[in-house]
Design a protein around this ligand. Sequence first.
Ligand code: AGP
Length: 608
Amino acid sequence: MCGIVGFTGRDNAAPILLDGLKKLEYRGYDSAGVAINGDGVITMVKVSGKINNLCEKTENGAAISGSAGIGHTRWATHGAPNDINAHPHMSMDGKFAIVHNGIIENYAELRLELQESGYEFLSETDTEVIVHLLDHYYDGDLKETIMKTVSRLEGSYALGVICADFPDAVFAARQNSPLILGVGVGENYFASDVTALVSRTKNVIYLDDGELAELSPSNISIFDCIGRPVQKQISRVAWDIEAAEKGGYEHFMLKEIMEQPRAVKAAIEPRVRSGKIAFDELDLTDEYLTNVDRIYITACGSAFHAGQVGKYALEALLGVPIEVDFASEFRYRDPIINERSLVIVISQSGETADTIAALNEAKRRGAKTIAIVNVVGSTIAKTADNVLYTWAGPEIAVATTKGYTTQVAVLYMLSVCLASRLRRISAETEARLTEEILMLPSQIQRAIDLNPHIPYLAKRYHENSSVFFIGRNMDYAACLEGSLKLKEISYIHSEAYAAGELKHGTIALIEPGRLVVCLACCERLFDKMMSNVKEVKARGAKVIGVTAEGRKRIFSEADDVIFVPTAEELFCAVSEIIPLQLFAYHVAKENGCDIDKPKNLAKSVTVE
Ligand code: AGP
């Protein structure tokens, strides 16, 4: 997704903007640019490709003077990634420059209207209509001009604006796309997410939809879409910029894989007191919970896979039907929701457009909602009736790892907590399961320590053109995530399949040399899985068997074995995903892929 930054202060703006854009690189982009207001003259420089191209062109910002400006990294939605379509976009007379994250749904009609009024468009973007609207409405009152302009826009925008007539001001406006203000001393900022500004200030203001902000070096004014002042709380960012740095690892992804014991511990520990799990932040009465007759879980990508894992634990412990659906499907399938439905949405970023829409749809239909989210103050966190933060810390790599395992850990805790409140489990079972959950961080560490040979397996199998992950029950749910990890960073085609289903057609694709990763951590289904291993071996497949340490029978059939710690069967997904994350990482490394910023992908998909 696009990233935007803005700065106004006493220092030269360009180097600060470039540094902010570098912190947003992880979001994925294909072009970048800055526009600086230098005493009433706006200078704009933008390039396709990486931010380094921009740094070279501007001598790391030294070549542009001015203490107020805006910057942008573009993830192309309308128009190819090139210098013309890159942001910022400037008005024909050079008075305005803007940067935008989101999609203007009605840009075609606005473009036609503006062209008929004589405006010439240089780019193919939807964004360019905004800068010409500013010019069209401008009468000297910039705040009024921006309000009129955004009132014409339909869709989503996080918008940054500078105007030559206001040398030290930058403006920001937000609708359905995240925008955060940074409160400094003698300087102020805005950005798409906290990562871009936390090195300059940890005091932030989360703009809400429909709000606009005027920033000067000494002041921030916030007002609503009709110009009324709005009072906002200043929040304190809970982590340091080092948390968003690589910390000596070659890639953010590897750092975040290794951080998982700490991240999962951070998700668990605040919620276990005197041996019991409690979610103080959950505002649902026992009476309401007793009346719930269906729970929906909806999310995208890995968050959806976490939901699939959570389904098994919730159904086993609560005895309530759980329906898991892609957010992009949920919102359009006319879900049967009423006041007895509980809807859980899961999102690391809290800004995924499809998940936001699904959440709003669930609320519109009368369901109570719970959000399991990592990014504090994100749109989903602020929209849901209840938010359970995963406390994983900033996740920079596009491919989620600690985001996923902390989501699963919260789902496990929620299952035990609700089952206890509904008296569906005994006190002994609750105590035992709580102990198991408290052991998850050490089990993750053991899953790492048990498998120093993963790089060797990657060397052995990295040239496969297609890989299958098969499993049963929650092993199958873990296969979904293991498969996505491999394909999204190594670009090898991969498919997760319910092991019992393979023989109903897909086994036709198993041919000599085909790699099949068989997850067999569920003890009661181990023999069934061994039969499936034999089936694929009979057709010439190479098999990596993944099972609990000590289950040595798997050696009789598998070509290679990965052991994970023996865990409570309901909770095995958190440790068995670890070697699959590492396998994907090392295969991608063998294949020379851009591991932290895979092609075509973005860290947070804030468009439909
Ligand atoms: C997973 O590695 C991907 N980055 C992607 O599938 C991601 O999980 C999905 O886009 C959902 O993102 P969210 O958790 O921020 O909503």
